[in-house]
Ligand binder design. Sequence first.
Ligand SMILES: Cc1cc2nc3c(=O)[nH]c(=O)nc-3n(C[C@H](O)[C@H](O)[C@H](O)COP(=O)(O)OP(=O)(O)OC[C@H]3O[C@@H](n4cnc5c(N)ncnc54)[C@H](O)[C@@H]3O)c2cc1C
Length: 484
Amino acid sequence: MPAKTGKQYIAGLKDRPREVWIRGERVDDVTSYPGFRNGVNSVAALYDLQHDPKVGKDMTFASPSTGDQVGLSFMVPKSEDDLKRRRQMMANWAWTSCGMMARTPDFLNVGITAWAAASDYFAQDRPEFKQNVLNYHEFLRENDVTLTHTLVNLQRNRSQSVVDNLDNQVALTVMKETDAGIIVKGSRILATLGPISDEIAVYPTRTHLIGKDAWRQAFSFSIPCDTPGLKFLCRESFDNDRSHFDHPLGSRFEEMDAVVFFDDVLVPWERVFLLGDPELCNNYSSNTHALAHTGHQVVTRTVVKTEFMLGLLCRMVETLGSGGIPHVQERVGDVIVYLHTLKACLRAAEADAQMDEWGVMCPSREPLVAARNMFAKTVYPRLAEMVQQIGSSSLMALPAEADFDTPIAPEMEKYMSTETATAKERTRLFHLAWDVACSAFAGRQVLYERFFGGDPVRNAILLYENYDKEPAMQRIRDFLERTD
Ligand SMILES: Cc1cc2nc3c(=O)[nH]c(=O)nc-3n(C[C@H](O)[C@H](O)[C@H](O)COP(=O)(O)OP(=O)(O)OC[C@H]3O[C@@H](n4cnc5c(N)ncnc54)[C@H](O)[C@@H]3O)c2cc1C
């Protein structure tokens, strides 16, 4: 099948109802349920972009199986030009939500594509798993499947190490193997986009390593979201069913996060990719280089989001007439530095890409790790803070769209317009700023950027442990030996 349309995506969700719970209610149809439907429409718009007369051709490539035009994020990159082409495609998708929808399907598509290219990795214990991975990649590509993922087990007690926290039926566990497949039980956090995806991939992450003896929690698999026994428990929606004027981001880009319960769920053998080998599980995102490819998507999106924040801050400054104030200028200057640092990392990752052992042109990992860690720890929380600092009371002097149709509208115009904006223009802009920095949607964005790629502290530990520090230390030894 060629790249799907938005209509086909929505029809697929309707055809396969899944068990989704939110605020005490079970949702019958996620495509029409308030709180989900606008997010569904935004994901549908991504698929429609693949058929756009102007950019559609940049979003797709010819399927190696059928020759049909399929999503470009399923392409195995073979050159630096392929990486640039893929980056442009990912940027086109990211711009549709100004970087606010992070789980556009390209994120996982590039990851699973890396697994397929490295399919021999999966054959090490069980040769049949190699074909499972290859078949799954082809299935995703040819059906343009929307995939979510959940990697982290719920922990009962954070005073223990993650490794010791896997038992008690809280962590997702293989209960038994049958002729049909494995039966799994337990829970996972978090499936962003989970309730509005077609399939869910479940695999381990290097930020929560599996202990040597935890073979029953060591696996990788993927199943349809409507599989019996699979339950999505959602947080409250940040789409409050308000107008785009009042709630410009939340009313469009709710991608929803859900805890996932697995109640004796059957995973068919053909959907199992790794099983019972903690070491293979712990190392596979690094060894297949999936991490570098998902990193390429993440940094592409963070560049888009930072450019959006720069534009927003500059429009706020223009509207408020605060562009002559030195500390306002300093803040905007910092955003420009962030933007170009992130862009430089992205470019370096492509320029230093190398053909890997699996025959894939792999972006250089270090600049991507640097950009990701910097964005999570420093850049994004600071950008949101700057919107608050520059916006100040204008983020609260914020009438609703409906107020412009009342008898006090003339007073609003008189008192709330600025040198460069009518009251309504100002209000529209500051609703956007509020949704970026103050609303529940905004709070979740900061939390997401801090944590979605793993806890920043553990990521820093991983960087310390895995980075080759020796060349830098040798320079110090050499200097201390110098006699001149
Ligand atoms: C908005 C959002 C969306 C997400 N979407 C997804 C998704 O789609 N798929 C997915 O798989 N995951 C997703 N996640 C989960 C994400 O991967 C985890 O939040 C992240 O890995 C951190 O794990 P945790 O939440 O269990 O942190 P916790 O373990 O609860 O850590 C909380 C704090 O305690 C400290 N801490 C706790 N234990 C340790 C330890 N052993 N060593 C060092 N420090 C420790 C940490 O430094 C951290 O500051 C999402 C998270 C958020 C917030």
